[in-house]
Write a protein that binds this ligand. Structure first.
Ligand code: C2O
Ligand code: CU
Length: 472
């Protein structure tokens, strides 16, 4: 399936005009109680969600009106430590409700940030205190779970980095938050969020990709250094496949969870919306040279994201480090595959897929059920799982589009794709399921609550590809 986005071969052409993805129309309770951990002093943060104005494209274009945290895009990088309590006050200065979801963190349901399901929405002018103790070290992120299309699409997202107890031996720890925007020629965010046609296809793929909030020409590096590069895809819909010219990135973690260090298939790092990949990059290029980082996920629409720009100085070390870097495992419970109960989940709908669009504003479904918006109070669960039991879910993608499927509150093992075993059965919290493929995931239902399972292409989520898994 070729998805048509404005040609990005010359990135400067991005803003030349805004083109739609398809021809034609561009129309557009009782809540669980937080059990605060008061035993240890929590590390405190305070973030304000509000409109802001930032430079996304650089001096050649006007600043962009955004919605963001603390006036910044991406939001402030929150750095905490594994096993240490965190307290984050979110103040809502938007003109509408919001919440924050701490994507990938295995936390209590009351802190999960789903309005109407795990907490009441944070009203304008009000605040909410999130308190949790991250059990896993790794690269996570945060984003709203209310009016998600607009709030995420207008800039509300940031990285949440949970540090290992022992420092990891690299020369630098570098974070790239990658975000896709649909901008007009004067660098403003294009309207038309929630376009029904688009929702039933690729979702809102944009025309401008920023690295840490700005279109990047180059990122400075030094010959011989070893960096840990944390990649976060905070896009609404854009899937990325990154290649590092002249370099051999080694994947050491996926969705925050360590894996056997390995080079990606074909040298391309696949990064669907909401996914994170940590790589070790040994800077083997020549001093003074530049090397492109290319995203070529969509056929014929490759563009360069940035360039690794080597300074002219002598290499940091005479010989590159050659010992691999393996991260310590996180305490994720191991599913028991011999006793696990199996369920088949069919991802359905969309244009050119089976079933097409249903009449009620939903374009997508999971096993015939469509939960729309950001979560609906009183929605009955798709599955009720027994606390402490192991489960294997087969996600069958019956549609013509790819879906990055995310489960809240848990990390799962990706066991197999189309029946073929996945090496190392990597852990993940968001798994990309290509069109017409099936993926087996396994996890222990160890976290009680009503947890969302949804596609992280936000248009797909809000138009029905979402369900609740109840664990009790
Ligand atoms: Cu990052 Cu419910 O999502
Ligand atoms: Cu999807």
């Amino acid at each position: 399936m070729t998805i048509i986005v404005p040609s990005a071969t010359s990135r400067r052409a991005f803003l030349a005009g805004i083109t739609g993805l398809m021809s034609g129309s561009m129309v557009p309770a009782g809540f669980p109680r937080a059990s605060a951990d008061s035993s240890k002093a929590a590390k405190g943060f305070r973030l304000t969600a509000a409109p802001g104005r930032v430079s996304l494209v650089g001096k050649s274009h006007p600043d962009t009106d955004v919605w963001c945290y603390d006036g910044r895009v991406p939001g402030p990088e929150i750095r905490v430590r594994q096993g240490e309590p965190v307290r984050i006050v979110i103040e809502n200065n938007l003109a509408e409700d919001t919440t924050v979801h701490w994507h990938g963190i295995r936390l209590p349901i009351a802190m999960d940030g789903v309005p109407g399901i795990s907490q009441p929405p944070i009203r304008p002018g009000k605040s909410f205190v999130y308190e949790f103790t991250p059990p896993d070290a790794g690269t996570f992120w945060y984003h709203p779970h209310a009016d998600s299309l607009q709030q995420l699409g207008r800039g509300m997202a940031g990285a949440l980095i949970v540090g290992e107890p022992e420092p990891v031996p690299v020369d630098r720890d570098v974070l790239w938050v990658l975000s896709d925007w649909r901008l007009t020629s004067d660098a403003q965010i294009a309207s038309g969020f929630g376009n029904g046609m688009e929702a039933a296809m690729s979702g809102r793929v944009g025309n401008t990709v920023t690295l840490n909030g700005i279109v990047s020409d180059e990122e400075p590096v030094r010959a011989g250094e070893r960096i840990r590069l944390r990649l976060v895809n905070s896009s609404l819909a854009r899937i990325m496949a990154l290649r590092f010219d002249g370099h051999h990135p080694v994947i050491i973690a996926i969705d925050g969870q360590p894996c056997d260090p390995h080079e990606p298939d074909g040298g391309r790092i696949l990064l669907g919306p909401a996914m994170r990949v940590d790589v070790v990059l040994d800077m083997q290029g020549d001093p003074g040279r530049r090397y492109q980082v290319i995203d070529d996920f969509y056929d014929g629409l490759s563009y360069w994201l940035t360039q690794l720009a080597y300074d002219g100085g002598p290499p940091l070390r005479a010989h590159l480090l050659d010992q691999p870097l393996a991260l310590p495992r996180n305490p994720v419970p191991e599913p028991d595959l011999t006793t696990a109960q199996r369920y088949a989940l069919h991802l359905q709908g969309g244009m050119m897929g089976m079933g097409g669009m249903t009449g009620d504003g939903a374009s997508w479904a999971i096993n015939g059920m469509s939960m729309t918006g950001d979560g609906q109070t009183g929605m009955s669960p798709l599955l009720t799982l027994q606390l402490g039991r192991s489960y294997i879910l087969t996600l069958h993608n019956d549609t013509a589009w790819w879906h990055p499927m995310h489960l809240h509150g848990h990390s799962f093992r990706v066991l197999s794709r189309n029946g073929a075993l996945v090496p190392d059965r990597q852990w993940a919290d968001t798994v990309l399921v290509p069109s017409k493929e099936a993926v087996d995931i396994a996890f222990v239902a160890d976290n009680p609550g009503d947890w969302m399972l949804h596609c992280h292409v936000t248009d797909h989520q809000v138009s029905g590809m979402m369900a609740i898994l109840r664990i009790a």
